[in-house]
Design a protein around this ligand. Structure first.
Ligand code: FAD
Length: 292
Protein backbone atom coordinates (compact mmCIF):
# COMPACT_ATOMS: atom_id res chain seq x y z
CA UNK A 1 0.00 0.00 0.00
CA UNK A 2 1.40 3.35 -0.89
CA UNK A 3 1.58 6.16 1.64
CA UNK A 4 0.00 8.41 -0.94
CA UNK A 5 -3.09 6.25 -1.09
CA UNK A 6 -3.70 6.45 2.64
CA UNK A 7 -2.86 10.15 2.89
CA UNK A 8 -5.00 11.40 0.03
CA UNK A 9 -8.43 12.77 0.77
CA UNK A 10 -10.72 12.11 -2.19
CA UNK A 11 -11.73 15.75 -2.55
CA UNK A 12 -8.15 16.98 -2.30
CA UNK A 13 -6.41 15.07 -5.05
CA UNK A 14 -4.66 17.57 -7.32
CA UNK A 15 -5.48 17.50 -11.02
CA UNK A 16 -2.08 16.13 -11.94
CA UNK A 17 -2.74 13.02 -9.90
CA UNK A 18 -6.11 12.25 -11.44
CA UNK A 19 -6.25 8.89 -13.17
CA UNK A 20 -8.53 8.19 -16.12
CA UNK A 21 -8.92 4.50 -16.84
CA UNK A 22 -10.89 2.08 -18.99
CA UNK A 23 -12.57 -1.27 -18.44
CA UNK A 24 -12.96 -4.13 -20.93
CA UNK A 25 -14.36 -7.63 -20.77
CA UNK A 26 -12.55 -10.61 -22.32
CA UNK A 27 -14.14 -11.40 -25.70
CA UNK A 28 -15.40 -14.92 -26.24
CA UNK A 29 -15.31 -15.17 -30.05
CA UNK A 30 -12.57 -14.49 -32.62
CA UNK A 31 -14.71 -11.60 -33.99
CA UNK A 32 -14.96 -10.19 -30.47
CA UNK A 33 -11.18 -10.36 -30.11
CA UNK A 34 -10.73 -8.38 -33.35
CA UNK A 35 -13.36 -5.82 -32.38
CA UNK A 36 -11.74 -5.28 -29.01
CA UNK A 37 -8.32 -4.85 -30.61
CA UNK A 38 -9.74 -2.17 -32.91
CA UNK A 39 -11.46 -0.43 -29.97
CA UNK A 40 -8.24 -0.53 -27.97
CA UNK A 41 -6.22 0.96 -30.81
CA UNK A 42 -8.58 3.94 -30.81
CA UNK A 43 -8.75 4.27 -27.03
CA UNK A 44 -4.99 3.86 -26.48
CA UNK A 45 -4.53 7.25 -28.17
CA UNK A 46 -6.30 8.83 -25.19
CA UNK A 47 -3.44 7.73 -22.91
CA UNK A 48 -5.42 5.90 -20.20
CA UNK A 49 -3.70 5.47 -16.83
CA UNK A 50 -4.55 1.77 -17.03
CA UNK A 51 -7.09 -0.66 -18.46
CA UNK A 52 -8.81 -3.23 -16.30
CA UNK A 53 -10.25 -6.52 -17.56
CA UNK A 54 -13.24 -8.17 -15.93
CA UNK A 55 -13.32 -11.75 -14.77
CA UNK A 56 -16.31 -14.05 -14.62
CA UNK A 57 -18.79 -11.44 -15.84
CA UNK A 58 -20.82 -12.97 -18.71
CA UNK A 59 -19.08 -16.35 -18.18
CA UNK A 60 -15.57 -15.14 -19.02
CA UNK A 61 -12.71 -17.30 -17.84
CA UNK A 62 -9.59 -16.44 -15.90
CA UNK A 63 -7.53 -17.42 -18.96
CA UNK A 64 -9.51 -14.96 -21.08
CA UNK A 65 -8.85 -12.24 -18.53
CA UNK A 66 -5.12 -12.96 -18.37
CA UNK A 67 -4.76 -13.17 -22.18
CA UNK A 68 -6.49 -9.83 -22.61
CA UNK A 69 -4.38 -8.22 -19.86
CA UNK A 70 -1.17 -9.46 -21.47
CA UNK A 71 -2.23 -8.17 -24.91
CA UNK A 72 -3.00 -4.73 -23.49
CA UNK A 73 0.32 -4.63 -21.71
CA UNK A 74 2.16 -5.68 -24.87
CA UNK A 75 0.57 -2.62 -26.53
CA UNK A 76 2.28 -0.44 -23.92
CA UNK A 77 -0.71 0.29 -21.66
CA UNK A 78 -0.71 -0.73 -17.97
CA UNK A 79 -3.37 -3.38 -17.32
CA UNK A 80 -5.09 -4.83 -14.26
CA UNK A 81 -7.05 -8.09 -14.12
CA UNK A 82 -10.19 -8.31 -11.98
CA UNK A 83 -10.14 -11.24 -9.59
CA UNK A 84 -13.18 -12.58 -7.80
CA UNK A 85 -13.37 -14.97 -4.87
CA UNK A 86 -16.86 -16.45 -4.82
CA UNK A 87 -16.68 -20.20 -5.53
CA UNK A 88 -12.88 -20.23 -5.07
CA UNK A 89 -10.62 -21.92 -2.57
CA UNK A 90 -7.51 -20.46 -0.96
CA UNK A 91 -5.41 -22.90 -3.01
CA UNK A 92 -7.04 -21.80 -6.35
CA UNK A 93 -6.52 -18.15 -5.58
CA UNK A 94 -2.94 -18.62 -4.35
CA UNK A 95 -2.19 -20.24 -7.74
CA UNK A 96 -3.77 -17.36 -9.64
CA UNK A 97 -1.86 -14.78 -7.61
CA UNK A 98 1.40 -16.66 -8.16
CA UNK A 99 0.68 -16.76 -11.92
CA UNK A 100 0.02 -13.01 -11.95
CA UNK A 101 3.25 -12.34 -10.07
CA UNK A 102 5.17 -14.46 -12.55
CA UNK A 103 3.79 -12.23 -15.32
CA UNK A 104 4.83 -9.12 -13.39
CA UNK A 105 1.23 -7.99 -12.87
CA UNK A 106 1.09 -5.52 -9.97
CA UNK A 107 -2.46 -4.16 -10.00
CA UNK A 108 -5.70 -6.07 -9.28
CA UNK A 109 -9.37 -5.19 -8.99
CA UNK A 110 -10.53 -7.50 -6.17
CA UNK A 111 -14.20 -8.47 -5.99
CA UNK A 112 -16.51 -10.96 -4.44
CA UNK A 113 -18.18 -11.64 -7.79
CA UNK A 114 -21.82 -12.36 -8.44
CA UNK A 115 -23.35 -15.62 -7.26
CA UNK A 116 -24.46 -17.87 -10.11
CA UNK A 117 -28.15 -18.78 -9.94
CA UNK A 118 -29.10 -22.28 -8.67
CA UNK A 119 -27.07 -24.33 -6.23
CA UNK A 120 -23.33 -23.98 -6.33
CA UNK A 121 -20.34 -24.37 -4.06
CA UNK A 122 -19.65 -20.93 -2.56
CA UNK A 123 -16.03 -21.89 -1.84
CA UNK A 124 -13.92 -20.60 1.02
CA UNK A 125 -14.61 -16.87 0.72
CA UNK A 126 -17.82 -15.03 1.46
CA UNK A 127 -16.94 -11.38 0.94
CA UNK A 128 -14.40 -9.24 -0.86
CA UNK A 129 -12.74 -8.09 2.40
CA UNK A 130 -11.67 -11.72 2.92
CA UNK A 131 -10.17 -11.73 -0.59
CA UNK A 132 -8.26 -8.50 0.05
CA UNK A 133 -6.93 -9.89 3.35
CA UNK A 134 -5.89 -13.09 1.58
CA UNK A 135 -4.06 -11.21 -1.18
CA UNK A 136 -2.15 -9.23 1.47
CA UNK A 137 -1.46 -12.45 3.42
CA UNK A 138 0.11 -14.28 0.48
CA UNK A 139 1.50 -11.39 -1.57
CA UNK A 140 2.27 -8.61 0.93
CA UNK A 141 2.39 -5.24 -0.83
CA UNK A 142 3.17 -6.64 -4.28
CA UNK A 143 -0.23 -5.68 -5.70
CA UNK A 144 -2.02 -2.36 -5.80
CA UNK A 145 -5.57 -3.44 -4.89
CA UNK A 146 -8.68 -1.68 -6.13
CA UNK A 147 -12.06 -2.69 -4.69
CA UNK A 148 -15.67 -1.93 -5.62
CA UNK A 149 -17.73 0.83 -3.98
CA UNK A 150 -21.47 1.53 -4.24
CA UNK A 151 -22.56 5.17 -3.83
CA UNK A 152 -26.21 4.08 -4.29
CA UNK A 153 -25.74 0.97 -2.08
CA UNK A 154 -25.02 -2.59 -3.15
CA UNK A 155 -28.38 -4.27 -3.93
CA UNK A 156 -27.86 -7.01 -1.33
CA UNK A 157 -26.83 -4.71 1.52
CA UNK A 158 -29.20 -4.41 4.48
CA UNK A 159 -28.80 -0.62 4.64
CA UNK A 160 -26.49 2.11 3.34
CA UNK A 161 -24.83 2.23 6.77
CA UNK A 162 -24.13 -1.52 6.71
CA UNK A 163 -22.79 -1.25 3.18
CA UNK A 164 -20.46 1.60 4.20
CA UNK A 165 -19.19 -0.43 7.14
CA UNK A 166 -18.58 -3.34 4.78
CA UNK A 167 -16.73 -1.05 2.37
CA UNK A 168 -14.52 0.03 5.29
CA UNK A 169 -13.71 -3.63 5.99
CA UNK A 170 -12.15 -3.87 2.51
CA UNK A 171 -10.06 -0.78 3.12
CA UNK A 172 -9.01 -1.99 6.57
CA UNK A 173 -8.02 -5.30 4.97
CA UNK A 174 -5.60 -3.45 2.67
CA UNK A 175 -7.36 -1.96 -0.38
CA UNK A 176 -5.43 0.96 -1.89
CA UNK A 177 -8.22 2.58 -3.90
CA UNK A 178 -11.76 1.95 -5.11
CA UNK A 179 -13.82 2.15 -8.28
CA UNK A 180 -17.54 2.76 -7.94
CA UNK A 181 -20.50 1.11 -9.54
CA UNK A 182 -21.84 3.51 -12.14
CA UNK A 183 -24.39 6.14 -11.16
CA UNK A 184 -26.03 9.19 -12.73
CA UNK A 185 -26.43 11.23 -9.57
CA UNK A 186 -23.25 13.07 -8.61
CA UNK A 187 -24.65 13.91 -5.16
CA UNK A 188 -24.87 10.20 -4.29
CA UNK A 189 -21.16 9.88 -5.04
CA UNK A 190 -20.09 12.94 -3.05
CA UNK A 191 -22.28 11.92 -0.11
CA UNK A 192 -20.63 8.49 -0.16
CA UNK A 193 -17.15 10.05 -0.24
CA UNK A 194 -18.07 12.36 2.66
CA UNK A 195 -19.45 9.43 4.67
CA UNK A 196 -16.22 7.50 4.03
CA UNK A 197 -14.21 10.53 5.11
CA UNK A 198 -16.22 10.73 8.33
CA UNK A 199 -15.30 7.09 9.03
CA UNK A 200 -11.62 7.83 8.39
CA UNK A 201 -11.63 6.08 4.99
CA UNK A 202 -9.54 8.32 2.74
CA UNK A 203 -8.41 6.19 -0.17
CA UNK A 204 -9.14 7.53 -3.67
CA UNK A 205 -12.67 6.51 -4.73
CA UNK A 206 -12.86 6.78 -8.50
CA UNK A 207 -16.31 7.12 -10.08
CA UNK A 208 -17.25 4.35 -12.53
CA UNK A 209 -18.79 5.88 -15.66
CA UNK A 210 -21.26 4.09 -17.94
CA UNK A 211 -21.69 5.71 -21.37
CA UNK A 212 -25.27 5.31 -22.62
CA UNK A 213 -25.41 3.27 -25.83
CA UNK A 214 -28.80 1.61 -25.55
CA UNK A 215 -31.82 2.28 -23.35
CA UNK A 216 -32.77 -1.38 -23.01
CA UNK A 217 -29.26 -2.57 -22.10
CA UNK A 218 -28.85 0.24 -19.60
CA UNK A 219 -32.19 -0.72 -18.02
CA UNK A 220 -31.15 -4.38 -17.73
CA UNK A 221 -27.72 -3.61 -16.25
CA UNK A 222 -29.17 -1.11 -13.82
CA UNK A 223 -31.85 -3.52 -12.59
CA UNK A 224 -29.16 -6.14 -11.98
CA UNK A 225 -26.60 -3.95 -10.22
CA UNK A 226 -28.86 -1.56 -8.33
CA UNK A 227 -27.78 1.62 -10.17
CA UNK A 228 -30.60 4.14 -10.32
CA UNK A 229 -31.58 5.73 -13.61
CA UNK A 230 -33.19 9.04 -12.63
CA UNK A 231 -36.79 9.30 -13.81
CA UNK A 232 -36.11 12.23 -16.15
CA UNK A 233 -33.35 10.27 -17.92
CA UNK A 234 -35.49 7.13 -18.15
CA UNK A 235 -38.42 9.09 -19.58
CA UNK A 236 -36.25 10.83 -22.17
CA UNK A 237 -34.73 7.52 -23.23
CA UNK A 238 -38.18 5.91 -23.51
CA UNK A 239 -39.33 8.86 -25.58
CA UNK A 240 -36.62 8.22 -28.18
CA UNK A 241 -37.96 4.69 -28.85
CA UNK A 242 -35.69 3.00 -31.42
CA UNK A 243 -33.97 6.22 -32.45
CA UNK A 244 -30.45 5.07 -31.56
CA UNK A 245 -28.76 8.25 -32.78
CA UNK A 246 -30.86 10.42 -30.43
CA UNK A 247 -30.29 8.04 -27.51
CA UNK A 248 -26.54 8.22 -28.04
CA UNK A 249 -26.53 12.00 -28.49
CA UNK A 250 -28.62 12.50 -25.33
CA UNK A 251 -26.51 9.96 -23.44
CA UNK A 252 -23.32 11.75 -24.45
CA UNK A 253 -24.64 15.06 -23.11
CA UNK A 254 -25.84 13.55 -19.83
CA UNK A 255 -22.69 11.53 -19.13
CA UNK A 256 -20.30 14.31 -20.19
CA UNK A 257 -22.10 16.72 -17.82
CA UNK A 258 -21.90 14.18 -15.02
CA UNK A 259 -18.15 13.67 -15.58
CA UNK A 260 -17.55 17.43 -15.72
CA UNK A 261 -19.36 17.86 -12.36
CA UNK A 262 -17.41 15.01 -10.79
CA UNK A 263 -14.08 16.44 -11.91
CA UNK A 264 -14.98 20.00 -10.94
CA UNK A 265 -15.91 18.87 -7.43
CA UNK A 266 -12.69 16.90 -6.92
CA UNK A 267 -13.21 13.27 -7.97
CA UNK A 268 -9.77 11.62 -8.16
CA UNK A 269 -10.31 10.29 -11.68
CA UNK A 270 -12.85 8.47 -13.84
CA UNK A 271 -13.09 4.79 -14.79
CA UNK A 272 -15.05 4.16 -18.00
CA UNK A 273 -17.07 0.97 -18.48
CA UNK A 274 -16.40 0.81 -22.21
CA UNK A 275 -18.29 -2.46 -22.91
CA UNK A 276 -15.49 -2.95 -25.47
CA UNK A 277 -16.74 -0.02 -27.59
CA UNK A 278 -14.50 2.95 -28.31
CA UNK A 279 -16.67 5.70 -29.74
CA UNK A 280 -18.77 6.94 -26.77
CA UNK A 281 -15.93 6.82 -24.25
CA UNK A 282 -13.60 8.50 -26.71
CA UNK A 283 -16.11 11.29 -27.45
CA UNK A 284 -16.76 11.96 -23.75
CA UNK A 285 -13.02 11.97 -23.04
CA UNK A 286 -12.38 14.46 -25.85
CA UNK A 287 -15.30 16.70 -24.91
CA UNK A 288 -13.91 16.90 -21.40
CA UNK A 289 -10.40 17.57 -22.71
CA UNK A 290 -8.97 14.85 -20.46
CA UNK A 291 -5.28 14.17 -20.65
CA UNK A 292 -4.06 10.67 -19.88
C1 FAD B 1 -15.66 -1.64 -10.39
C2 FAD B 1 -16.40 -2.95 -10.42
C3 FAD B 1 -15.86 -4.02 -11.13
C4 FAD B 1 -16.51 -5.26 -11.16
N1 FAD B 1 -15.95 -6.30 -11.86
C5 FAD B 1 -16.52 -7.52 -11.81
C6 FAD B 1 -15.91 -8.64 -12.45
O1 FAD B 1 -14.87 -8.52 -13.10
N2 FAD B 1 -16.52 -9.84 -12.34
C7 FAD B 1 -17.67 -10.02 -11.63
O2 FAD B 1 -18.17 -11.15 -11.56
N3 FAD B 1 -18.29 -8.98 -11.03
C8 FAD B 1 -17.73 -7.75 -11.10
N4 FAD B 1 -18.33 -6.69 -10.44
C9 FAD B 1 -19.61 -6.90 -9.76
C10 FAD B 1 -19.39 -7.39 -8.30
O3 FAD B 1 -18.80 -8.66 -8.29
C11 FAD B 1 -20.76 -7.45 -7.66
O4 FAD B 1 -21.26 -6.15 -7.48
C12 FAD B 1 -20.87 -8.27 -6.39
O5 FAD B 1 -22.24 -8.48 -6.13
C13 FAD B 1 -20.25 -7.63 -5.18
O6 FAD B 1 -18.89 -7.60 -5.25
P1 FAD B 1 -18.04 -6.80 -4.13
O7 FAD B 1 -16.63 -7.07 -4.38
O8 FAD B 1 -18.48 -5.42 -4.01
O9 FAD B 1 -18.51 -7.62 -2.81
P2 FAD B 1 -18.49 -7.33 -1.29
O10 FAD B 1 -17.65 -6.16 -0.94
O11 FAD B 1 -18.20 -8.63 -0.62
O12 FAD B 1 -20.00 -6.88 -0.99
C14 FAD B 1 -21.11 -7.69 -1.41
C15 FAD B 1 -22.27 -7.53 -0.44
O13 FAD B 1 -21.95 -8.11 0.83
C16 FAD B 1 -21.95 -7.15 1.88
N5 FAD B 1 -20.75 -7.43 2.66
C17 FAD B 1 -19.46 -7.17 2.30
N6 FAD B 1 -18.60 -7.61 3.25
C18 FAD B 1 -19.36 -8.17 4.23
C19 FAD B 1 -19.04 -8.82 5.45
N7 FAD B 1 -17.77 -8.99 5.84
N8 FAD B 1 -20.07 -9.29 6.21
C20 FAD B 1 -21.36 -9.14 5.81
N9 FAD B 1 -21.72 -8.54 4.64
C21 FAD B 1 -20.73 -8.05 3.86
C22 FAD B 1 -21.91 -5.79 1.19
O14 FAD B 1 -22.56 -4.79 1.96
C23 FAD B 1 -22.63 -6.07 -0.12
O15 FAD B 1 -24.01 -6.01 0.04
C24 FAD B 1 -17.74 -5.42 -10.44
C25 FAD B 1 -18.29 -4.34 -9.75
C26 FAD B 1 -17.64 -3.11 -9.73
C27 FAD B 1 -18.25 -1.96 -9.00
Amino acid sequence: MSDDATRLRPGEVPTTRRAYSLEFFPPRTPEGVEKLRAARRQLAQLGPAFCSVTFGAGGSTREGTLETVLEIRAEGVPAAPHISCIGSTRANLADVLAQYRTHGIRHLVALRGDMPSGTFDAGEFRHANELVAFIREVSGDWFHIDVAAYPEMHPQAGSPQADLANFKRKVDAGADSAITQYFFNADAYFRFVDDCDAMGVRIPIVPGIMPIASASKLGRFSDACGAEIPRWIRRRLEGYGDDVASIRAFGLDVVTDLCAKLIARGAPGLHFYTLNQASLTSTIWQRLGLRG
